[in-house]
Write a protein that binds this ligand. Structure first.
Ligand code: SF4
Length: 272
């Protein structure tokens, strides 16, 4: 029998994670632990700063394009460059006014625009564009988290209620057992159906087929940003983001208190 000395080098145990299927949003994940243990909580101010930068960069890019193309445009129609500069100035003014109303609605506590002109309208596009810019700056998940928090705060203040059968809870496949049990317990208490949507496309199909009047969705920041962009304009949604202590797409944790508060507030009228 061969006895190995205690300090002999051992073969490294390679843990092949067969139960983790990465969503395509995480394709480029390098396998290292996520920053902050997968908790991307950030203050709303981060989103507002990046959103203002995004709008400024967008307007600047359009201005640069008009400037460069002005000689050719003038050859087509001499008044065209001036018209385009005027349109850009109007767009910049409208954008600045909208942004000021967004800030006042969020920090002032009084919603100054209807939802179609705020969180279920232009906000969804600004949120998406800001996500692209924040990727370039390496702040994607934090910026998206802050943007989703702002969206939820605005949507929650609408104080909407729906019937029990009209609310749907959509969860991803990556919840930890503890989180899943908690979600199912809440759904059971309020008699709300729960669907596991393994991909964004399937989530949209469930919504199309079940035709709910409101949705509480759970997902990581990346999936939630695209999901809100595609769905929230058509249907009221509250989006609960997760913590990813074991990396993306596995064992995700959620704040069950927030989920219960949302479900209760939406079905409270029909429950009373
Ligand atoms: S919701 Fe979960 S499974 Fe889907 S991409 Fe995000 S971490 Fe992965």
């Amino acid at each position: 029998m061969t006895v190995m000395p205690a300090d002999a080098p051992r073969a490294q145990l390679i843990h092949i994670e067969t139960d983790r299927r990465l969503g395509h949003e995480w394709d480029e994940w390098d396998g290292k632990p996520l920053p902050g243990n997968g908790d991307f909580s950030s203050p709303p101010g981060l989103f507002f700063r990046l959103a203002a930068l995004t709008l400024a960069v967008g307007l600047g890019a359009i201005g640069a394009l008009i400037f460069l193309l002005a000689p050719r445009l003038a050859a087509v129609l001499p008044a065209l460059p001036a018209l385009l500069w005027g349109a850009l100035a109007v767009a910049a003014g409208a954008g600045a006014l909208w942004f000021a109303l967004l800030l006042l609605s969020f920090y002032g506590g009084v919603l100054l625009l209807p939802e179609g002109l705020l969180e279920r309208g232009p906000y969804l596009h600004v949120m998406s564009l800001t996500s692209y810019l924040s990727r370039l700056l390496g702040r994607r998940d934090w910026a998206e988290h802050a943007a989703i928090d702002v969206y939820n705060a605005l949507a929650e203040r609408r104080r909407r209620t729906v019937g029990k059968g009209e609310l749907l809870v959509l969860i991803p496949r990556c919840l930890s057992k503890q989180a899943l049990d908690g979600v199912l317990a809440i759904a059971g208490r309020y008699e709300v159906p729960v669907f596991v949507a393994t991909r964004g496309q399937l989530a949209r199909r469930v919504i199309r087929e079940r035709r709910p009047r409101a949705v509480v969705a759970v997902a990581c920041e990346r999936d939630m940003t695209t999901g809100l962009r595609d769905v929230a304009g058509k249907l009221p949604v509250l989006g609960l983001t997760m913590r990813l202590p074991n990396g993306p797409c596995r064992d995700a944790m959620v704040d069950l208190d927030v989920m219960e508060r949302w479900v209760r507030s939406w079905v409270s009228q029909s429950a009373s």
